[in-house]
Design a binder for this molecule. Structure first.
Ligand code: NI
Length: 187
């Protein structure tokens, strides 16, 4: 096991489209996953995609803790999940805005629109199929991580860049997102 170097925004590996993994059971995939999990946990991340550690393959790891769950069905805690060659299908058209951060964009947070409900499918390390319906924060995490596989970072998904801020500044000057959005809404 080893800690891997995390690519930061501006590194071309984060803009490229990652390649599919032909054999999810290959030993190099298992070693990469072990290192990605160790790297994610060391950095305190919720998820990590292989391109973020300079490995342009369609592979993400994540876990969903209890902190930011909503009451939506499908927004439930998820144990450490390894998804190989994931595909996302949105369910319905509803979107939600909420804060995101990224280990490749250190020190910043931004408000990003995401589909509220999705179904995702991929292979696990054992080669078996994983298919889940997700909503809310769970759905957000998966959409964020899978975007990395298509060379997209969350700032590129943002619709209002006034809501991109340094974590340190947000601690000093918190933004009440609901109030901010209410102010923007047409009267
Ligand atoms: Ni990220």
């Amino acid at each position: 096991m080893a800690l891997l170097k995390i690519a930061r925004m501006g590194n071309p590996v984060l803009r490229s489209r990652a390649a599919a993994i032909d054999d999810p059971g290959a030993s190099w995939v298992r070693r990469l996953v072990d290192d990605m999990v160790e790297t994610m946990e060391d950095a305190g991340g919720t998820g990590l995609a292989a391109p973020q550690v300079h490995m342009p393959w369609r592979l993400v790891v994540f876990r969903v803790g209890p902190e930011r769950l909503t009451d939506l069905p499908g927004d439930t805690e998820q144990q450490l999940t390894v998804l190989i060659n994931p595909v996302i299908e949105r369910i319905g058209h509803e979107c939600a805005l909420d804060w995101e951060g990224c280990l490749s964009v250190p020190g910043l947070r931004g408000v990003v629109p995401r589909h509220l409900r999705i179904r995702y499918r991929g292979r696990g390390l054992d080669g078996g199929t994983i298919e889940r319906d997700a909503a809310g924060f769970h759905a957000r995490v998966v959409q964020h991580e899978c975007d990395h596989l298509d060379g997209i970072l969350y700032p590129q998904r943002m619709t209002d860049h006034r809501l991109l801020a340094f974590v340190e500044e947000l601690q000093r000057h918190p933004i009440d997102l609901a109030a901010f959005l209410a102010e923007q809404a047409p009267r």
